[in-house]
Design a protein around this ligand. Sequence first.
Ligand SMILES: [Cu+2]
Length: 156
Amino acid sequence: MIRLRSARYLAIVSCLIFAGSSAAVGCASSDSKSSGQATTSSADSATQGLPDVPQSEFVDKTSLPEVTITVKDNVFSPQYITVSPGTKVIFNNQGRNPHNVIPVTSGAFEQIATDDLQPEEQDQIVFDEPGMYPYYCSLHGTPKKGMNGRVQVAES
Ligand SMILES: [Cu+2]
């Protein structure tokens, strides 16, 4: 029992060590490639049970302090982005319908309620901590299908 725990701990630590460099992404993606089961990094636990999204689908916005995601009927665009810690992510509803932004992992970030994302409205979330933040619109999607997206916060 103790051995298993410490082995798992070592796996996390080695992942974190690599996470300091640009290999953070490689650490997570190599895990999901090999098994998708025995992973313990935060990125993997955040997307556990969700479809795999290859890193190549994430739009690199890490050079920007502020990023806008256009909310349409019924997609988030761009759907997958990578940002730096502390980035302000603005959700701007350009659709004709209300939407919302709900974290898949409850409490991962403060959600944007439907009342705050009516057509022509925008609201923002600041992502400080590195990790993967999947989200969805509960009116037009689920964590797995329809209107959803992911914000990946890179290591600083
Ligand atoms: Cu919606």
